[in-house]
Design a protein. Sequence first.
Length: 241
Amino acid sequence: MRIAAIILTLLVCLPLHYAWKAARARSPWPRRFLGAVGRIAGMKVEVRGTPLPSHVLYAANHLSWLDIMLIAGASGAAFVSRDDVERWPVIGWLAGLNDTVFVDRSDRRAVHGQAQTLRGALARGQPVALFPEGTTDGGTSILPFRASLFESLFPPLPGIRVQPVAIDYGAAATDIAWVGKESAGANVRRVLSRHGTVPVILDFRPPLDPAAAPDRKALAQAARSEILSVLHPSEAAADRL
C-alpha cells in the first residue's frame, strides 16, 4: 500500500514539476514529493530550530535513506551523493530531478572539480545537504566527519553558513538504521513494512560560519560536536575535554 501511494504521489508531482520547469520557475515539487514519501513511510516529523532558507550547507548524521526525504521535506535542500547513486534505476533519475550533486569519492583528481560544482550551487543560494559520515554503517553512533567534504567552503564564500542537523528517530533508530550488508531493496521493504508511525525530530542547530574556522577539519569537527550535543551529550562533553 505504501509503495502504491508513493507511485501515485510521483505521478501527481512529476507533471507539475515539469510544468514549473517549462515556465523557468524554481519547482517546489521535488521537495513536496520527498516530504510526502517520508510521511507515507510512516515518519512523523517535528522540526526544531530554524532551517536557513538559502546560502547554506546542511550537515547531518546519517542512518537511513529516509534522512534524505525528511531533510528535503523540511528544507527544500538538494543533496551531495556518491556518484554510483546516479546509475541506480529510478532512484538516480529522481535524485537528478532534485539537483543532486554527485561526487566520485574514489577519484582524488576529480575532488576539486566536484568541490567547485558544489561551491557554485551554494553561491547561487541553493540550500544543499550532505552526510559527512559518508555512510550509514555507523548506525546510531556518529562516525567522524570527513573533512574533505567541506572543501567547497574554503576559501570561505561570503554569506555561506554550515547548519548542523541532528536527526533523531528515537526508540526506532536501531530498527530503521541501514547498516551492514543489507541490500537497498531489503531495507526499503523492511522499513515500509513497519506498522504505525515513527516520531522523528529534526533539530536544526545554530549555523556555523566557515570563516571562523581555521580549516575544513575544524569545521567538520564543530559540526559533528553540535550534533553530538543533541544525540550523544556525554560523548560531546568528552570531546570538549
